[in-house]
Design a protein around this ligand. Structure first.
Ligand SMILES: *Cc1c(COP(=O)(O)O)cnc(C)c1O
Length: 399
């Protein structure tokens, strides 16, 4: 299988072939079950084969899949009305992915200043360790050399500075700055939280300098941290926000949310998408919200997050040579490893529990938001066995 694949070889794929999923479990072709704490990289927010999503998709499949944006869209209006009612936003543009939601956010911020007579204000301040997607603009925004290399000149207008230092942000603001773009909790960068004070500081700087605050909640949004959106923990609101991943529950769906003021210059003809917001995506996005907005759902996320947090903290205490730190918010958790993180992840996989690698030698645990406390404990017990095995091996090596 590894040799002569007809696929672009852009991924080092793990040799597992899954056939189906049930809630938090993935099942291989040969019937082996894995506890899925990767959840399609925070996408399968309601786990696999959630009955409400399955029913919704079947029903919509018999009506209308795709329409384009040539006609009115009741599904978009409904989902946008629910998103705006639940957030700071007044306006929504639907996309198929996170990177496209960010592209819309970046274009909206630039167009806002252009419409005010300041086309020179197109620079966006971004942060080290950020990840915003793989399009040409979003790799420039993310600023990671490994993603930029070989793809021609970096798209201009992204000024990257270290994460978490307000003085550096202040110093980076110029007459050409349009916006500040940040993930409230960095995902791929290694589960670093921007924190309440920093986000509040960014909000104040934006207000002071007439900048737009853009939040990338593609990974940390839609209930992942125990609030509908992660910035709610900081008591601030952005001007523009990119959402994707969890909002589609596994169907490709993203959204760019904005205040009326920020979205005003995005008039007919300025932006578009063929697939974005199609009736199938809207049916499923609405079905995800049916569940996530239910009374008690976010409380469940916070409760299960606590079970994870305590369990993982105790593993860190007992295996300090394997686990250096536990980070993150809600069900967006990071295990900073003392061994190479890929070794710990492989040992976990041997115990049939899945996670995702992140930067800074961290393993991400992004379980479905529907994970029960019992499934959380099952997962922690598996991670414990993985850590114990690695510790045994270390002792053998040093003996
Ligand atoms: C995944 C991710 C993106 C990109 O989303 P795609 O759907 O892969 O384009 C952008 N920002 C963050 C924070 C992400 O986690």
């Amino acid at each position: 299988m590894a040799e002569a694949t007809p696929l672009f070889e852009t991924y080092n794929r793990i040799p597992l072939r899954f056939e189906r999923g049930e809630g938090v479990w993935l099942v291989t072709e040969s019937g082996e079950r894995y506890l899925d704490f990767a959840a399609g990289i925070a996408v399968n927010s309601l786990g696999h084969s959630h009955p409400h999503l399955v029913e919704t998709m079947k029903a919509q499949a018999e009506k209308l899949w795709h329409l384009s944006n040539l006609y009115e869209s009741p599904g978009q209006e409904k989902l946008a009305a629910r998103l705006t009612a639940a957030t700071f936003a007044d306006k929504v543009f639907f996309t198929n992915s996170g990177a496209e939601a960010l592209e819309c956010a970046i274009k909206t911020a630039r167009r806002y200043h252009y419409a005010k007579g300041h086309p020179e204000r197109f620079h966006i301040i971004t942060f080290e360790g950020a990840f915003h997607g793989r399009t040409l603009a979003t790799i420039a925004a993310g600023g990671q050399a490994k993603y930029l290399e070989g793809f021609g000149p970096k798209a201009p207008g992204f000024d990257q500075i270290p994460f978490g230092d307000l003085d550096l942000v202040k110093a980076a603001i110029t007459d050409e700055t349009a916006a500040i773009l940040i993930e409230p909790v960095q995902g791929e960068g290694g589960l670093r939280s921007a924190g309440r004070e920093f986000l509040q500081g960014l909000r104040a700087l934006c207000d002071e300098h007439g900048l737009l605050l853009i939040l990338d909640e593609v990974q940390c949004g839609v209930g992942r941290t125990g609030k509908l959106f992660a910035h709610e923990w900081a008591g601030i609101t952005p001007d523009i926000m990119a959402v994707a991943k969890g909002i589609g529950g596994g169907f490709p769906l993203g959204a760019c949310l904005a205040t009326a003021e920020a979205a005003a210059p995005m008039v007919a003809g300025t932006h578009g998408t063929t697939y974005g917001g199609n009736p199938m995506a809207m049916a499923i996005g609405n079905a995800v919200l049916d569940i996530v907005l239910e009374d008690g759902f976010l409380e469940h996320v916070r409760d299960v997050a606590l079970v994870f947090r305590q369990g993982l903290a105790s593993l860190q205490d007992r295996f300090p040579d394997i686990i250096e730190d536990v980070r993150g918010e809600g069900l967006m958790l990071g295990l900073k490893a003392r061994v190479p993180h890929s070794e710990l992840l492989a040992a976990m996989r041997d115990e049939h529990v899945l996670g995702v690698l992140a930067g800074d030698n961290v393993i991400r645990l992004l379980p479905p938001l529907t994970t029960t406390a019992e499934e959380a404990r099952d997962g922690i017990a598996r991670i414990e066995r993985a850590a114990a095995k690695l510790q045994q091996e270390q002792l053998k090596k040093s003996a």
